[in-house]
Design a protein around this ligand. Structure first.
Ligand code: FES
Ligand SMILES: [Fe+2]
Length: 431
């Protein structure tokens, strides 16, 4: 679909449906990067990814490449990845450790807080140029804030604080932190990174979509468990879930749609406490810290996926983070990080990594179903037969709390309706 200078976002979103143009139009995409990723609190990384002075990772906030660095002053710095000289990207690596950043073009160097450190042949600039001017450094993004080590940045100088923005949805992070015997998590298990040829919102909608698993993941989750039957040495496969009420029966509760576009879905029945010597060792550490009652509360499955708008998925029970990075209107990058619960036995972290290899790697059993689906959506949406995409499921059963949080039954499309309500607020400057 070609770009239209006349696009009016308010004409593209209704309470229970959206126009297909929101997935296809490059102009809409450019505006999303400016209005949504240019204002919201966007997840950048976790401070455990940069534990030492000089450690850094690179990513982007919308269309803006950034570097998140540990300067050694106790602060995490999120810098625009742009040289103060002639604008080249300074840091090309995904991660690493440096004394200083050095631009590959003419060798200008920068401290890890972004300030200019040195210029080759500096005397050639003459007295009219003040090289102490901070604009010749790597500029820090307007706002950075951290919640339990989760680093978020906002490209808007003004707006709600991170805590206000996350609101009740902090429980997605809190629940994960509570599960760590030392009260902290780390991202130290590497990353699965892949792209799909589809719009970024196809992934954000899918995260809290309980309608699709019986169909989109039938080959893994149907009672004959065909995918899991392939496990070496296992004749009967791994029963993922069964139930007279059908596969939807697997969920303990429904969906939540929070203000600011966040959402979550209830946990799955098979997420109940496991057993075994490693788990018992882990459990004992939690009991030592919190007591039996609180430990039981902590380990009770609460949510399967928590989505923090616009780009972070926290999966509590299987312990991973998924970061969604829009690249183009029809290209999206997904990065999956195993979460290590500090203080838990190392075997548990190994198990999480093993599990993610099966479920969320580029060649895994579950996530590949979704990636194929996203690409089919992108192709199907390009057809001209009809313009509207329906999210009406469960709308009559929405229950709205005073906080603005909406709860709905299993397989309600309330999370998507909430996302597009937020989308419209940003796109029309109301957020
Ligand atoms: S562009 Fe970076 S040193 Fe010239
Ligand atoms: Fe899925």
């Amino acid at each position: 679909m070609s770009a239209s200078p006349t696009v009016r976002p308010q004409e593209l979103v209704r309470s229970d449906r959206v126009h297909r143009r929101v997935y296809l139009d490059p102009e809409i995409f450019a505006r999303e990067m400016e209005e949504i990723f240019g204002h919201a609190w966007v997840f950048v990384g976790h401070d455990s990814q940069i534990p030492n002075a000089g450690d850094f990772i690179t990513t982007s906030i919308g269309a803006q490449p950034v570097v998140m660095a540990q300067h050694g002053d106790g602060k995490v710095h999120v810098l625009f990845n742009r040289c103060g000289h002639r604008g080249a990207l300074v840091v090309a690596e995904a991660s690493g450790r440096v004394k200083q950043f050095r631009c590959g073009y003419h060798g200008w160097s920068f401290h890890t807080d972004g300030s200019l450190a040195g210029i080759p042949l500096a005397d050639g600039y003459g007295s009219a140029i003040d090289l102490d001017d901070p604009s010749f450094g790597m500029i820090e993004v307007p706002r950075t804030a951290t919640y339990h080590g989760f680093v978020f940045a906002s490209l808007a100088a003004d707006g709600p604080s991170l805590r206000e923005y996350l609101g009740e949805a902090t429980i997605g992070i809190d629940d994960l932190i509570d599960r760590a015997p030392d009260g902290e998590i780390e991202l130290v298990g590497g990353v699965h990174k892949y792209y799909y040829r589809g719009n970024w919102k196809l992934q954000t909608e899918n995260v809290c979509d309980q309608y699709h698993p019986p169909f989109g993941h039938a080959s893994s989750l149907a009672s004959d468990g065909r995918q899991f039957n392939r496990r070496a040495g296992d004749d009967h496969g791994r029963p993922v879930f069964f139930g007279d009420a059908g596969m939807i029966d697997v969920y303990v509760a429904g969906v939540w749609s929070y203000p600011s576009g966040h959402s979550s879905v209830g946990s799955m029945r098979f997420a109940a406490e496991p057993d075994g010597p490693v788990f018992r060792k882990y459990r004992a550490k939690l009991v030592a810290r919190h007591g039996e009652m609180r430990t039981r509360e902590i380990l009770a499955p609460k949510h399967h996926n928590m989505f923090l708008y616009p780009n972070l998925v926290v999966q509590q029970v299987s312990q991973h983070l998924r970061v969604i990075r829009p690249v183009a209107v029809d290209l999206t990058e997904v990065s999956v990080y195993a979460v290590k619960l500090k203080g838990a036995p190392d075997e548990m972290h190994t198990e999480v990594i093993r599990y993610l290899n099966i479920t969320h790697a580029a060649a895994s059993l579950i996530q590949t179903d979704d990636l194929e689906t996203f690409e089919r959506c992108q192709r199907g949406l390009a057809t001209q037969g009809t313009d509207w995409v329906l999210f009406a499921r469960g709308a009559e059963e929405d229950r709205v709390a005073r906080s603005g949080t909406i709860t709905g039954p299993v397989a309600s499309e309330a999370p998507m309706r909430g996302q597009f309500k937020t989308w419209l607020s940003y796109m029309t400057d109301l957020a």
